[in-house]
Design a protein around this ligand. Structure first.
Ligand code: ZN
Length: 80
């Protein structure tokens, strides 16, 4: 039954199966990439929020009246 005429059909069937398989693989990879991108997007605003909360600490830095060095308020800075 598997003559020369059925061989192209077999190759075509295999090609279609392979195409569907790789299509699913590609889709899964894309979905994973989209999920990771979404995770990264969620992380970045959080990091920005953290850096914003850190900024007031920088604003609270005061110049030392003795040496002029900017030191954080309440830090145990001692000159000489
Ligand atoms: Zn000082």
């Amino acid at each position: 039954m598997f003559g020369l005429l059925s061989l192209p059909k077999l190759i075509l069937t295999v090609a279609i199966v392979m195409g569907v398989w790789y299509g699913f693989k590609w889709l899964n990879q894309r979905q994973a990439q989209i999920k990771q991108a979404a995770k990264n997007k969620r992380r970045q605003p959080k990091q920005a929020a953290y850096s914003q909360t850190d900024e007031p600490d920088i604003e609270e830095m005061m110049p030392c009246p003795n040496c002029g060095a900017y030191v954080a308020k309440g830090s145990n800075h001692r000159c000489g």
